[in-house]
Design a protein around this ligand. Structure first.
Ligand SMILES: [Zn+2]
Length: 292
């Protein structure tokens, strides 16, 4: 009898309502959906049209946080400029930092620039570089962390989360095999970037970052600084300037006209440019725009 009852409880709990997951950025939505499938309902707080450091904290986001059973953040300080006041207003114990429903995926990654972090006024990377999701090799460890937490939150469906992670890992590793091959032709290129946004990607594919338009992450350049950067670009023979979709473009144009380098706009997340409508497409976009 007891066995039947346990089985019945287990069966009923698999039929229970889906888990409401709030995520801070679009790339996290795709990963949560790949692992949670029909068990999760995912809402994205920060659209890719914003600088990820400064998402517009609309009041409607508070309601979405109040209804969430789980919150998945990038972490590493990326949300420090906009999420904490919203979380406080939502006052939802299920997703409070430290609770089971709060998932910080930076925990799965060894972050770059931790030692270099200056804590200078206006530096938006005081904990190191939080843009690790732009190395496609970091996607599987992030998915694994999300799977582990979903299993803890919803043990009745552990088996399906495990199965979904396995399928996703295989799918992503197959993609990486093709992608890494494509990127090999880009090795050794020299670039300048606006923000320290692509450093994980550049390091992975042995592309050299000669400098950044921002003197410190989050700080706009002075004319004097831009002239120094221009001279460095000429000396090093930099042919590409990597620009994101949300910063001013005048500085990149100034450098391009005077150095002969080309400005390449790269999306920082799914949806930042129209063609980048999935994680795979986001990275394929990088290969197309950087290696042609
Ligand atoms: Zn940044």
């Amino acid at each position: 009898m007891r066995k039947i009852l346990t089985a019945l409880i287990l069966f009923l709990s698999t039929l229970s309502a889906e888990i409401n997951v709030a995520v801070t950025y679009p790339y996290l939505k795709e990963i949560v959906q790949k692992i949670g499938k029909d068990r999760v309902k995912v809402t994205v707080l920060g659209s890719a049209k914003y600088d990820p450091h400064f998402v517009l904290p609309k009041p409607s986001l508070i309601g979405r946080l109040s209804r969430a059973d789980m919150l998945v953040i990038n972490g590493g300080g990326l949300e420090a400029g906009w999420l904490p006041p919203l979380l406080k207003r939502a006052s939802n114990p299920k997703i409070a930092p430290g609770s089971l429903g709060f998932v910080d995926v930076s925990r799965a990654i060894d972050m770059m620039d931790k030692e270099e972090a200056t804590r200078a006024k206006g530096d938006v990377h005081p904990e190191g570089n939080p843009h690790f999701s732009l190395d496609p090799h970091n996607i599987v460890p992030i998915a694994k962390l999300i799977e582990e937490r979903l299993m803890e939150l919803d043990p009745a469906n552990s088996e399906s989360y495990e199965k979904n992670l396995k399928a996703f890992t295989k799918e992503w590793r197959d993609f990486l095999e093709r992608f890494d091959e494509k990127m090999a032709s880009c090795e050794g290129k020299k670039v300048v970037t606006y923000h320290k946004l692509y450093d994980y990607f550049l390091k992975r594919y042995k592309i050299e970052s000669v400098g950044t338009i921002e003197p410190i992450p989050g700080i706009s350049p002075s004319s004097k600084y831009l002239i120094e950067l221009l001279n460095k670009m000429k000396k090093e023979g930099v042919r590409l300037i990597l620009q994101d979709t949300y910063h001013e473009k005048r500085s990149a144009k100034f450098l391009a006209t005077r150095s002969g380098a080309k400005v390449v706009v790269l999306p920082h997340d799914i949806g930042a440019v129209k063609e980048a409508d999935s994680l795979e497409k986001l990275f394929e976009n990088y290969a197309e725009r950087l290696c042609r």
